[in-house]
Design a protein around this ligand. Sequence first.
Ligand code: AMP
Ligand code: TRP
Length: 334
Amino acid sequence: MNRIFSGIQPTGNLHLGNYLGAIRNWVALQHDYECIFCIVDLHALTVPQDPAELRAATREVTAAYIAAGVDPEHCIIFNQSMVTAHSELAWILSCLTPLGWLNRMTQFKEKAGKQREMAGLGLYAYPVLMAADIIGYKATHVPVGEDQKQHVELARDIAGAFNRRYERDFFPLPEPQIFGEATRVMSLRDGTKKMSKSDTSDYSRLNMTDDADTIALKVRRAKTDPEPLPDTIAALEKRPEADNLVGIYAALADLTREQALARFAGKNFSTFKEELSAVAVEVLGKIGGEMRRLMVEMDHIDAILHQGAERASAIAIPILREVQDITGLLRPEH
Ligand code: AMP
Ligand code: TRP
């Protein structure tokens, strides 16, 4: 059986990278797989969070999933902390994970920065919790943006480590699913930096809740170079900002990069940016509007999360019980 697990941290400012790298692909996959989409609030705690903002962001991310087209009747949508199996399994897996594997994680190095000694244990151990999220449901596929590939591969290694230690084929080895024309959306202000929730420049990203005027303004201000658009992908790839914008246009307009470039080769950026703005407003405007509508009905959002947590527990708890038996942990029923 093929089962998908994926998630997003409720840390505010969902942006175009989250949409094109993750949510949009989930919507496309939801009818071909059994799907579990999580709002990973425990992951959010790896950096300081204001409690009220964390609660609000958890509901906002839920609204974003639904507004973008994830069907809560069909898919399981819930917040991670409601299913305690994630944390319990994470401990067991952490005992199987060599430090050397965690030391390779590039995201930790980036996030911890120079203050390595001050970084929290949670930030360091986070990929083990992510592995527990995924393999705790015996998920086979994990649709994510390019930046999460290394973490999904680690989850695979940890699943393999468990299977070897206990000499059985218990966990399937999960595979990353990274596709579309914008698997790594870059900042609108700097083509060498990832578009991210934590960038302090508002002009660096298109948020999923931006209105039409804000989208138009940010696209107009997006960094470009003075040359018109080139006519080959090879030439485009030498210009990171132009490459990023063409990738975004292609993804939003449901075209390949080649098709998008063919439309604009030789044209200047002002023409291209108008078209880019129009398609971004069309796609994000609709989703943002729906998010705002959903967020007024907070009880409805909470009901979806509760129901999702029940359905998720029904899958995760029996798997955790089996893990406890395999590892030799006595449990209440014994
Ligand atoms: P995060 O915002 O780190 O919780 O990421 C949630 C999901 O969005 C993950 O699947 C990421 O890979 C994806 N994502 C985040 N930023 C980007 C980006 N700039 N480009 C593509 N995908 C992204
Ligand atoms: N670590 C992911 C991110 O920051 C979020 C995440 C947590 C996740 N658990 C997951 C993604 C499990 C896919 C599967 O983007």
